[in-house]
Ligand binder design. Sequence first.
Ligand code: FAD
Ligand code: SF4
Ligand code: SF4
Length: 608
Amino acid sequence: MDVDIVCVGFGPATAGFLSTLSKRLVNEDGTPAVESAVAPGMPPQVLCYERADDIGFGVSGVVTRARALRASFPEIEKAGIPMTAPVCEEKVLYLLDPHGASRRSTTLRLADSFIHAFKFALPFEHYALNLPWTPSFLHKRGGMVLSVGQFMQWVGAQVQSAGTVQIWPGTPVSQALIEKDKVVGVRLLDQGVDKNGQPAGGFTPGMDIYAALTIVGDGPVGPVGQQLNAHFGLPEGHHTRDWAVGMKFVVDLPEDTPLKPGTVLHTFGYPEPEIFGFLYAHPDRVASLGIFVPSWFDSPVRTAYRQLQHWMLHPYLWRYLKGGKLRSWGAKTLGESGRRGEPHLAGDGYARIGEGSGSTNVLTGSGVDEAWATGTLLAEAVLELLKAKKPFTKQNLEETYVKRRRASWLDEEAIVAEKSRDGFQKGVVRGMLGMAIAGLTNGRFTLGGDPVPPWKRIPSIEKYYRGRVSPKEITRLRGECRAKSVSLHAALMDKAGWPAIPFDGQLLVSHQDALLMGGKVQAPPGCADHVVFLYPELCEKCGTKICVEICSGQAITPGETGVPNFDREKCVHCGACLWNCAQPLPYDSERGNIAFRAGPGGLHSAEN
Ligand SMILES: Cc1cc2nc3c(=O)[nH]c(=O)nc-3n(C[C@H](O)[C@H](O)[C@H](O)COP(=O)(O)OP(=O)(O)OC[C@H]3O[C@@H](n4cnc5c(N)ncnc54)[C@H](O)[C@@H]3O)c2cc1C
Ligand code: SF4
Ligand code: SF4
């Protein structure tokens, strides 16, 4: 099939692109403002393919300054988008450890003792220090709390009602079609295949869609973005080594909750010092809350689910959450390399937008607005080229899109943020200081630290637990867990002194129950496995098996031969396995032994 423009993924970036473009493809009298090259006399034919089974079925950000969103929708507050509230109160909290089970550096232990000794004089309550001052770059004052799922559904309806673009959910793009270094369109996923991708009953090969311009907005771990990174390489000195997996709950708060809609809490320090947390209150007693497990967290025991439950049970938060109920749950990767992870933004026949194009600002903790802005800048550039009847060549896209990006607030702020978090490579205290210094000096000064991929820095389980759990005990637990085909993290956390989770069937539920109750995770039949262990021999000799320990959905489990098993029906498509493999590829040390390919299904909730 031939179209004019094809888009991969309908996240905030592509939504920004299509919102801007769709309004300007026809004149007020209905005649085309610019003409299609494939359907003469018509406006350009624009298609967008989204992997998830419906629009907004992902996991995404919820507090934003909304600068770019407001530029597109000046009346956004009055649009009646469910779960939206203006930010009314912001707190940054340092959480102390009430159980003594977390791994704290000597500096942090000293800080904790100081806080305990002087708590009578400090803004301290329920084992948490409310930081009396936070720098302005962290604030979202004047911003909004929203559910990106609800927002995306609203935007999707707006975009489609313009009648000039089509969005197709439940339609993963398997790859970009590249001819002599020019992207000429995309290929959709094969249907009716077995788990290895071999034709089975009802085989339908993925359709090829040819387009003059392919827009890649498939997020931080999208397969088409990964393919382009592998094919074209990254610009000199760029890399994508900084990541985090964010896991969140949407909950009904108890009836007597004192949390006002628009309340924003950010935390650090617990359950492990490296883990950041957030709680945002929506209207009608609903809250979004969760944690981020970053790539520089030096623990092989990384599953966010159990860590999230301990975070919720922290006394400062539990007093708000006790009696609450799980509505929805999910997890998603955040690309944290920022500008340093920026790929080639444009080439012959293609342009990159959104988080996969390095737009997320790691200093201000903001990704939605930035992704949206990249989409609107590209739309302006595309309209300029369409009107001038110029082709979508690398040069033309660089002179229009990339030039606009370089001149925007987006790039100005990305430069300030670029090295702001490098300090975390050498510890949390250094990381926090580095962020403050970078923010207060507009990025002129930073605290260094070389970002390295997880496989290079994560120690073996034996080394990490030295002095806490004996190697003999680890071997025993490993055997036990392998026999049950479950990950090791829960058994190790129990041994290391973490209290058991008091399941209540409402909010504190098992990981499996969260998949069904919260994520309503599904996988349609007839598709190949989208998580593939590339070289089984690397898995066989891999001791840490971080892929099993990180998996957000318990979809990767220990396998009998040493090669893990993958169960599509439990996969939430968070993408964390992609960057958490413990073994680099023999020919590319920037990539691990897992391929994260296109696949449908995953979460079925538009509240996240
Ligand atoms: C838990 C969590 C909390 C966050 N909190 C905040 C916050 O408070 N504020 C903030 O500003 N930002 C926040 N962020 C970051 C923000 O969500 C991202 O920066 C933003 O969503 C990036 O938008 P995007 O359009 O580039 O990519 P994405 O939102 O990742 O969208 C990409 C889309 O492409 C689709 N896709 C992927 N592969 C394919 C394929 N092969 N074919 C078709 N479609 C495909 C995906 O399903 C997805 O819908 C948070 C992120 C997480 C994970
Ligand atoms: S995928 Fe990577 S982490 Fe998982 S077992 Fe194989 S080599 Fe180890
Ligand atoms: S297998 Fe699925 S759920 Fe597990 S880490 Fe990979 S993408 Fe996430």
